[in-house]
Design a protein around this ligand. Structure first.
Ligand code: PLP
Length: 395
């Protein structure tokens, strides 16, 4: 009577949601102070004041029809031109509005891109640890997701494992840096090695292998960390961007797909993106927020609070005896769990009110994710509990 697959997707809660709901229930029973909820990647830094000002200015300066009406499907041309100019100033590129397609956030940008590119039998490669929604996005377009195992020492790329999984059916490799859940930024050396490998494989297969860069955390990079701009390294790069994290607008659903002119068969790729958006009922990205993000183009993200939280939790966990790669951006830590079974570990942590997400959900067993986009004071109060948890394991 209904699609089994859709029923399953709609009713089987993700681990993250289940843990979050457990936390709400526990908070209702025992009080907020007993819950240390590291489960969700929902920014706790409020949208910067310039966002509010931009909203007020748009409401003041434009007519209701302009603000709330349909725009053309790729987004208002003036907005796209403004965003392209801002990217050119930051990265020394030569984009124009024709390279951008505005979407309802990164989730829509990625799914539209997958649908635009996927042909029967195609594979998309995700590098573990990876954002779990990639699987259902890829499968929704009848393609297959192939997981490349992680390099756990530093969460850069295991190139031998990647090379083994690249085949002539590979349509694209998805990268996400700064990374959810590892907090790591791919170094320039990693990006050069990756793009050299993809160029070699394109030649061997005689067709493009796209690099899809999912970058909602681009601006959340800590002092001294450079996030390489991938279109400079590889011609077949498609960037999927979002304002959900960089300016704390996850509920407003706004982002874009960037298709550089250099992408093989640009007109057909951009056309297929428009077609995929159409069948996915995109119509246009939210109009008000198209105008708002154009007015915020190039303004800085507020990173300091995340950096402070990241340092506090990282140093606190190391002192408690955890092993963890140092965070360079986003707002996640991805330490090793204190037993091989990360689900069992996260269950045990719950006893202390510590709500953590098992690494298996991100394709990386033996680890757990702690989202530190929460109050600093909560992290401070959680550290003695992490120490108790670690002591319990030491026996
Ligand atoms: N990609 C990654 C790696 C994410 O962490 C998220 C959200 O947490 C998304 C995509 C989706 O973001 P958006 O809110 O822009 O759809």
């Amino acid at each position: 009577m209904v699609s089994e697959k859709m029923y399953e997707l709609g009713t089987k809660k993700s681990t993250i949601r289940t843990i979050f709901e457990f936390g709400r229930q526990r908070a209702a029973e025992l009080g907020e102070d007993s819950v240390f909820d590291f489960s969700l990647g929902n920014p706790n830094v409020p949208a910067p004041a310039f966002v509010k000002q931009a909203i007020l200015d748009v409401l003041e300066d434009m007519t209701p029809t302009e603000i709330h009406g349909y725009t053309v499907a790729p987004g208002a041309p003036a907005v796209r031109e403004t965003l392209a100019r801002s990217l050119n100033e930051r990265f020394g590129t030569g984009f124009s509005g024709r390279n951008l397609f505005l979407t309802a956030g990164a989730a829509a940008a990625i799914t539209i891109t997958f649908k635009a590119l996927a042909e029967p039998g195609d594979e998309f490669l995700a590098l573990a640890p990876f954002f779990p929604e990639y699987r259902c996005f890829v499968e929704s377009v009848r393609a297959a997701l192939t997981v490349v195992p992680p390099r756990v020492e530093d969460f850069q790329i295991d190139f031998a494992a990647l090379e083994q999984r690249l085949t002539s059916r590979t349509k694209a490799v998805i990268v996400n840096s700064p990374n959810n859940p590892s907090g790591v930024v791919y170094s320039e050396a990693t990006i050069r090695a990756l793009t050299d490998l993809l160029r070699q494989k394109q030649k061997e297969y005689g067709h493009p292998v796209f690099l899809i860069s999912d970058e909602p955390y681009r601006e959340i990079a800590y002092a001294g960390v450079e996030v390489p701009w991938l279109t400079k390294y590889y011609e077949n790069t498609i960037v999927c961007y979002s304002y959900s994290k960089s300016v704390s607008l996850p509920g407003e659903r706004i982002g874009y797909i960037l298709v550089p002119d250099e992408v093989a068969d640009f007109d057909r790729v951009y056309g297929a993106i428009a077609g995929a958006a159409r069948v996915l009922t995109h119509v246009n990205a939210p109009s008000l927020f198209q105008w708002v993000v154009a007015r915020c183009a190039g303004l800085p993200s507020e990173v300091a609070a995340y950096e402070k939280n990241g340092r506090l939790l990282y140093e606190g966990l190391l002192a408690a005896g955890f092993q963890c790669v140092k965070p360079q951006g986003a707002f996640y830590l991805f330490p090793r769990s204190l037993e091989a079974d990360d689900y069992a570990f996260c269950e045990r942590a719950k006893k202390y009110g510590l709500l953590l997400v098992p690494g298996t959900d991100f394709g990386c067993p033996g680890h757990f994710r702690a989202a530190y986009c929460i109050r600093t004071e909560t992290i401070e109060r959680s550290l003695p509990l992490f120490r108790k948890l670690a002591a319990e394991y030491r026996g």
